[in-house]
Structure formats: structure tokens, C-alpha cells
Design a protein around this ligand. Structure first.
Ligand code: FAD
Ligand code: EPU
Length: 342
């Protein structure tokens, strides 16, 4: 049997899986995962599929995270949330604001579920998941052991964590712990948020502005399938940056604490005049060049060919290498997105 994966990922590519299981308990996931592995079937866990593309039909079992529940307790200084992995992230952000709990407002409208948030340390408008993470609860799918990692043990970085490395295979994130200070300080460093007065701004105002900016720039996956930023913003050394800046004085740049400089991949792609550029059914989004979209019944191979061309043009013009942020899934599991698009 073949089951369509099109509704289970936001790029909405035409791909199938041999089996799709929605799990609502850790026991169910463990049993079904071990059965599939014993039957030599490839396995893949998804939240809402908002950071993946499928290059092919998946010859195995896809597990969809439906773990639900939010508990809350507080002390004098903090709110503590224990959020099951299948809770929708944006609904969680709204729930906190409705309950007068601030601190997640900059992360509004990020697609996906709470259990996926630590994996690439989701970030937007000056805040990353790391800032609010208390712990991450993990299931060892081989042994059935459940354990918690502290924020430090998660080894968060820019779109990075231990869940892309040591805990990548044979581990499932079950839930996340979030700790939010009651002494709320707005984060207004990014873009149009700088217009607000830190003394009087409310969490709701920040939330509304973030939602407005995101809605104006990022395509709605229901209209054009996409996975958000397709590439990470590249980080280069200071000497290379000086060389590029001499040729392009207006280049947006974000100096890092270690002396390196982060560039805006969207700007680099835009400068290559690639907005609207199309390969097969896949295209560079007109309003945000860092987002690749499924414009017209794209195949996974169209997206790969487009990504390859975007990388080539940016490399040729600026000598800068872009690295995919989106995860690529092949017939038997994840494939190396870096190699496939080189
Ligand atoms: P999925 O895509 O389902 O999974 C992502 C990866 O994690 C896959 O490799 C999957 O196998 C693995 N995985 C999923 N669940 C588990 C689990 N329980 N245990 C172990 N492994 C698991 N990201 C940002 O950081 N900032 C943004 O501003 C942002 N904006 C976006 C805007 C749009 C329009 C879209 C479509 C995406 C955007 N993203 C953004 C990317 C995406 O929202 C995040 O990466 C999100 O955390 C993915 O969640 P998901 O549940 O859809 O994960
Ligand atoms: N820019 C252009 N042309 C474009 C796109 C961007 O010139 O087509 C310029 C902008 O004018 C700005 C700079 O590039 O000067 C940065 O653009 P933007 O503020 O839109 O942010 P980004 O770097 O493209 C990053 C994250 C987003 C996150 C936003 C807001 C990455 C890979 N992407 O995008 O995250 O929402 O900042 O914080 O870090 C995601 O990861 O999927 C994602 C959407």
C-alpha cells in the first residue's frame, strides 16, 4: 500500500510512504517503531513536516507526533511549562499570551510542533528557543529509556543542537520544558520591532507586529508549499567579509562574538537577481529570496535542481557557500542535503 505524504509536509510535494502512524503516546511510538525496525523498514518521525522535503517515495513508516498536553506551574520568579511534543508551536505561543505569560511572542507564527523546536533551535526576531528552554525529554527508541537533557546538554547553536548529531537517530523528543521569567524584558532588536518603546510595549504588540511582518514576507504553505528559509545564513571569516564589503558596501551583516560575520542569504540570492527564478515547478519566492516554493506541482528533483543553481550563482558572484537548512528525505531516510545540492 502507498499513503500520501503530501498533506504531512508543508512543501506539499507528491510523495508516498508505505505506512503512516499518528502516535499519541510514547508506548505506542516505541511499539510501532520497534516493529517497523524489526521488519527492516526505514523509519521517520515528523511533527508538521515544515522543515523537510521528500525527494522520493519513502519506503518505510512515517510517525506523526500527536502527543498532547500542556501543564503549567509557577514560583515567584518564573512560569514553568511542560509541553508535550505534538502541541502546535504557534497555538502554544497564543495560549501563553492568553494566560498572561510573556516571553514567546517573538517566536509567533513559526510552523511545526513544540517537540521539533529544539532540533534546529527555532529562531526569529532576535529570540531562539534556547533562550526559553528548561529541558528536553527524550525517548531512546532502542531501549525504551526516557531521560531529560538540560539546556546546556542540548548544545544549542544557530539552527543547531545535539538532536542533529548525537541524538539524531533512534531517539524521539517527547516533550519540552519551557521556563519564562516573570520579569519580562521585550526583545526589540530586530527590524521593525525597534520602533517600539521598551518601557511601554506589551507582549501582545510584539506578537502582532511579528505576525504582520511574517505574513507580509513569508508564503502561506497552503498557497505555495514551502519550508521557510531554505538555506542557513552563512557565517564567514572577517577577512573574507572585508573583501566582499569593499565590493558591496550595502551588504547586510551581523558580526558574531567570535569575530566571524553572518550574512543574509536572502540578500545574496536577491543580488543574483533570482527572485521568481523557476526550475520545473519550483521557484524562488518573489517577496523573500531565501524561501523556495512549490509553485506548480514541483517534484523533489525540481527543488534540488533549483537549490543547486541558487548555490552555484551565489558561489560564483560572492564566493560564499550556502548550506541548506531544510532536511532532505530519500527512499530509505535522510540524505545529505549538502552533497545533493553541491
Ligand atoms: P518536521 O519538519 O516535521 O521535522 C524536522 C526534523 O526533525 C526532521 O528531520 C524530523 O525527522 C525530525 N523530528 C521531528 N519530530 C521529531 C521528534 N519528536 N523526535 C526526533 N526527531 C524529530 N524555523 C525557524 O527556526 N524560524 C522561523 O522563523 C521559521 N519560519 C518558517 C516559516 C515557514 C512558512 C515554514 C514552512 C517553516 C519555517 N521554519 C522556521 C522552519 C520550521 O518551522 C521549523 O524547523 C520547525 O521547528 C519544524 O517543525 P516540524 O514539527 O514541522 O518539524
Ligand atoms: N533580504 C533581501 N532580499 C530578500 C530577502 C532578504 O535583501 O529577498 C535582506 C533583508 O532586507 C534583510 C536581510 O536580507 O536586510 C535579512 O532578511 P530577513 O529579515 O527577512 O531575515 P532572514 O535572514 O532572511 C532569518 C531566519 C528566518 C527568521 C527571520 C526573522 C534564517 C535562515 N532565517 O531570515 O527563519 O524568521 O530571520 O528573524 O536564519 C527559517 O528558519 O525557516 C526562517 C524563516
Amino acid at each position: 500500500m502507498k499513503y500520501s505524504l503530501t498533506p504531512f509536509h508543508t512543501f506539499h510535494l507528491a510523495a508516498n510512504a508505505s505506512k503512516i502512524v499518528e502516535f499519541s503516546s510514547a508506548e505506542q511510538l516505541l511499539n510501532e517503531w520497534q516493529t517497523a525496525v524489526n521488519n527492516h523498514q526505514p523509519v521517520l518521525i515528523l511533527g508538521q513536516g515544515s522543515n523537510v522535503i521528500f525527494l522520493d517515495d519513502f519506503d518505510g513508516c512515517v510517525f506523526i507526533n500527536k502527543l498532547k498536553g500542556i501543564t503549567h506551574h509557577e514560583d515567584e520568579q518564573f512560569h514553568y511549562l511542560h509541553v508535550q511534543g505534538g502541541e502546535n508551536w504557534h497555538e502554544l505561543v497564543k495560549w501563553t499570551l492568553a494566560n498572561n505569560i510573556a516571553g514567546l511572542e517573538n517566536l509567533a507564527l513559526i510552523p511545526g510542533v513544540a517537540g521539533s523546536a529544539p532540533i534546529q533551535n527555532i529562531g526569529a526576531y532576535g529570540v531562539e528557543f534556547e533562550r526559553v528552554c528548561d529541558f528536553v525529554e527524550v525517548l531512546n527508541l532502542r531501549t525504551g529509556d526516557i531521560f531529560r537533557l538540560t539546556k546546556q546538554e542540548c548544545q544549542f547553536g544557530y539552527r543547531e543542537s545535539v538532536f542533529k548529531h548525537q541524538y539524531k537517530d533512534e531517539f524521539a523528543i517527547l516533550s519540552v520544558g519551557i521556563k519564562l521569567t516573570k520579569a519580562w524584558q521585550p526583545v526589540l532588536s530586530y527590524g521593525s520591532l525597534t520602533q517600539f518603546d521598551p518601557q511601554s510595549v506589551t507582549p501582545q504588540q510584539v506578537f502582532d507586529e511579528v505576525c504582520a511582518v511574517r505574513s507580509a514576507k513569508l508564503p502561506n504553505p497552503d498557497e505555495f508549499g514551502n519550508a521557510g528559509s531554505f538555506f542557513k545564513n552563512p557565517v564567514i571569516d572577517a577577512a573574507k567579509f572585508t573583501q566582499i564589503q569593499t565590493a558591496y558596501p550595502n551588504i547586510p551583516n551581523y558580526p558574531q562574538a567570535d569575530g566571524t560575520v553572518k550574512l543574509a542569504a536572502g540578500w545574496l540570492i536577491d543580488q543574483c537577481e533570482l527572485k521568481g527564478f523557476q526550475v520545473g515547478g519550483a521557484a524562488v519566492h518573489e517577496k523573500q529570496a531565501l524561501v523556495l516554493i512549490n509553485k506548480q506541482a514541483a517534484a523533489g528533483s525540481d527543488v534540488v535542481a533549483l537549490a543547486k543553481e541558487v548555490r552555484r550563482r551565489v558561489r560564483e558572484k560572492f564566493g560564499v557557500e550556502l548550506h541548506p537548512e531544510v532536511r532532505f528525505m530519500g527512499k530509505n531516510g535522510e540524505v545529505n542535503s549538502e552533497e545533493v545540492t553541491r
